[in-house]
Design a protein around this ligand. Sequence first.
Ligand code: ZN
Length: 241
Amino acid sequence: MPQNVPAFTWTDDAVRLRAFVYEFWCEHGVGPNLRDVHEALGMSRRQALQAYKELELGTICVIDTESLNGNLLKCQPFSSFPSQVKAYVDGRFHSFAGCAMESVAYPKMPPFSGKEVRFESFCACCLAPVTTVAKDLDLVSADPHPPLIHVSLSPFEWNNVDITRMCDSMNFVLDADHAERFEAQVGRRGVLFTLDQARGLVRGTADSRMWDAHWGVVPVMPEIIIDFAASLGVDVTAWRA
Ligand SMILES: [Zn+2]
């Protein structure tokens, strides 16, 4: 249960691997395999896998730890598998964003900074299309209107194993009525973020990720996350029940 993991210092291998994965994914739209890592960084299989495990403990990525090849499932803000949000850069499909919340931070990655990034997603309950266009952390436009982000997993359950379920729980909805219908469909209550509140939640990550090569470990601390969301004006009643 990697919550409240005391902050630790990254090894040099973890710092190098993280920087490489970010650069590779921004350039290619997919993550690297072990050969790509070896070719760029000279790391052996064991070195790369140990560094990936460290990055996963620090909630930078998710790998299939049982796989021989360190299958890289996620490296925020990217997802290796088809997620609920598709990102388009320079008018072309680039990659799947990790989730609706990650799509808010995504355009701040240095290679995308200053560009308009379009996100094609959908309302979680009725699958109606939801499109947002953003530049850095600013919303440029939204169709049909700025959506809300429904988060259906309590921070107390974030990262129980890894962050896959957390990201899965962060979805766009058209409005509060659609959120309520989604809650009935999946039998789970949640909380709603406006895009402004979402920006507040991800700002620290967006300002550091890839901008600061030595960005330190940010532990998952449920109480602090809930208090922070409340300070942004989010109604966190469902998380304090
Ligand atoms: Zn809907």
